[in-house]
Design a protein around this ligand. Structure first.
Ligand code: ZN
Ligand code: ZN
Length: 352
């Protein structure tokens, strides 16, 4: 029996549920290994049932381990419903209201649906050795693509060209971009989620370059801010502030510390530098099968870090119409100092 299924079954029992229906495909993949586009899991004390349709029977045979594979011929929700009993949790953060209503219409007598989203996400927080290796490999691949991108130069190219070329390079190396790369130069850098545009990158500008690779289903995420020639005193000052805040936050990352507390360290450093109101996002987030997952490192987070989690540490300062600086590392939480998966230097790099 799959150990992930067992861990989930324990969590289901702890939550006083009889069954959990898992419909979020990322969670289904985590539990079973299944990579197709239609599948669901029913998990209970004795039940490890994976359901898919005829298109995926063969793939399920190859991929799914530790779960009984059921091929549903026709009535998808009906066949799921008849395997449920008692208090049954469903992923309310994923299932649509319409699907829930249709499912309810098919549930056998006595089945009580209970909103129970986030359970598999809890399990996904702590990575095993294989997952850590996959994330580290994705991160290393992205590092190579940064080096490759810088060799080609930044100034004189459009943001879109730099981002597109980096994404193409990620694919050439056998991975996928884990999200659309962000390349935001000069004033565009002040928009934390800027979409790379037709603007030509000038000289003496700061360029925020945020990207990640997805390898074997696992994501990486990282950001560096480069300068295209001497960026001037103010830009250097802001860069130094973000770099110091990031270093201080990294020191704080260890098992047992609250995500909120790590965020606060970076936030205080940036406040002390006079830019507290220009760091408008949380410090970081978990990374795994998804590029944004639990836990959160932010002033609203209630998560406490656990050994084996992979999180980003990414403070930024965004000065409207002027510039942006963000430095983002991907790190593994341990009982001691975090293990940094990002291999790029952090002192300001001047790139032509
Ligand atoms: Zn991130
Ligand atoms: Zn990022």
């Amino acid at each position: 029996m799959s150990s992930r299924g067992d861990r989930l079954a324990a969590l289901v029992a702890e939550s006083e549920l009889d069954f959990l229906l898992v419909t979020n495909l990322v969670n289904v993949r985590y539990l079973t290994g299944f990579t197709g586009t239609n599948g669901a899991c029913v998990c209970g004390p004795e039940a490890r049932i994976f359901l898919t349709d005829f298109r995926y029977t063969q793939r399920a045979k190859e991929e799914v381990d530790g779960w009984d594979v059921v091929t549903v011929a026709d009535d998808w929700l009906g066949e799921i419903a008849e395997r449920l009993a008692g208090k049954t949790g469903f992923e309310d953060d994923h299932m649509s209201v319409r699907t829930l209503e249709r499912l309810k219409g098919k549930l056998p007598e006595g089945v009580e649906p209970v909103a129970a989203g986030g359970k598999v996400e809890q399990l996904r927080r702590v990575k095993d050795e294989r997952e850590l290796q996959a994330i580290a490999a994705a991160s290393k691949l992205a590092d190579e693509v940064w080096a490759w991108s810088l060799e080609r130069g930044l100034a004189g190219r459009t943001e879109r060209d730099v981002a597109g070329a980096a994404e193409a390079r990620i694919r050439e190396l056998g991975a996928k971009p884990s999200f659309p790369a962000i390349v935001a130069a000069g004033p565009n850098g002040a928009l934390p989620h800027a979409e790379p545009g037709e603007r030509e990158i000038g000289r003496g500008e700061l360029v925020v370059f945020d990207m990640g690779a997805e390898l074997d289903g696992y994501c990486s995420d990282g950001t560096r801010t480069f300068a295209t020639g001497e960026p001037g005193e103010h830009a250097r000052e802001v860069y130094g502030l973000v770099q110091a805040a990031q270093a201080a936050a990294l020191e704080e990352v260890t098992a047992g510390v609250a995500g909120e507390a790590v965020d606060a360290v970076a936030r205080k450093a940036i406040e002390a530098g006079g830019h507290g109101d220009r760091f408008g996002h949380g410090l970081g987030h978990g990374v795994g099968l998804e590029v944004h997952e639990a836990p959160r490192l932010s002033h609203r987070s209630e998560d406490v870090l656990m050994s084996g989690e992979v999180v980003t540490v990414e403070p930024g300062v965004y000065l409207p119409e002027e510039l942006g600086v963000r430095i983002e590392d991907l790190v593994v939480v341990t009982e001691g100092r975090c293990r940094n998966l990002s291999g790029l230097p952090k002192d300001l790099q001047i790139v032509e």
